[in-house]
Design a protein around this ligand. Sequence first.
Ligand SMILES: *[C@@H]1O[C@H](CO)[C@@H](O)[C@H](O)[C@H]1NC(C)=O
Ligand SMILES: *[C@@H]1O[C@H](CO)[C@@H](O)[C@H](O)[C@H]1NC(C)=O
Ligand SMILES: *[C@@H]1O[C@H](CO)[C@@H](O)[C@H](O)[C@H]1NC(C)=O
Length: 183
Amino acid sequence: MVSLLSLLFVFHLLVIMSSSIPTTSEKFAKESPIFPSTKPMEKLTQLHFYFHDHIKGKNPTSLIIVQPPTRFGTLYIMDDFLTEGPSPSSKLVGRSQGMYATSSQHGFDFFMATSFLFTEGIYNGSTLSIVGRNADMPTREIPIVGGTGVFRYARGSAWLTTYMFNVTSGVAIVEYNVSVVHV
Ligand SMILES: *[C@@H]1O[C@H](CO)[C@@H](O)[C@H](O)[C@H]1NC(C)=O
Ligand SMILES: *[C@@H]1O[C@H](CO)[C@@H](O)[C@H](O)[C@H]1NC(C)=O
Ligand SMILES: *[C@@H]1O[C@H](CO)[C@@H](O)[C@H](O)[C@H]1NC(C)=O
């Protein structure tokens, strides 16, 4: 009887503790248990945000660092920003610090290797590493190969759709849906 009471007490404590964890708006991130899973401790987090890339203007967020005579092989470095909504002035949720390069001789595909550094709520300081082909297609998928902090041992995928691209201003806004499994 005593052990049952102490179990109930521990359970009660856990409930209180979990309700005091700061919450983030469901618009940006939603976490849920995975069913069925062989690893009950793993979680699935779905993130939704917009990526802003400014290649021209006074304060570009990405720069060409290698420019061969052909368009193919151009290498860019970026410190792009991630927001909750499509507007550049909507809430900042993180940054994308990495590189992308034109990797197709005949098309407009990119190879992207970047680290998303999140700054929002419990995700502040956690990163996701994204590496793969950013294809010249309306919707494309790039693998999540790892992460740190909340996203330690991460794996998953990011689905991208171009929301807006203006050649004149050099501004691209890309919608991201990320599904990530982590501990
Ligand atoms: C995120 O963490 C950094 C460093 O700990 C802190 O300076 C910053 O204010 C935090 N940002 C938010 C949005 O909580
Ligand atoms: C992201 O998910 C939303 C809601 O499920 C959907 O409307 C949108 O088309 C998705 N976008 C991408 C890039 O997968
Ligand atoms: C693209 O950017 C240029 C330069 O900033 C601007 O004049 C034009 O209206 C933009 N086009 C669209 C469709 O937003």
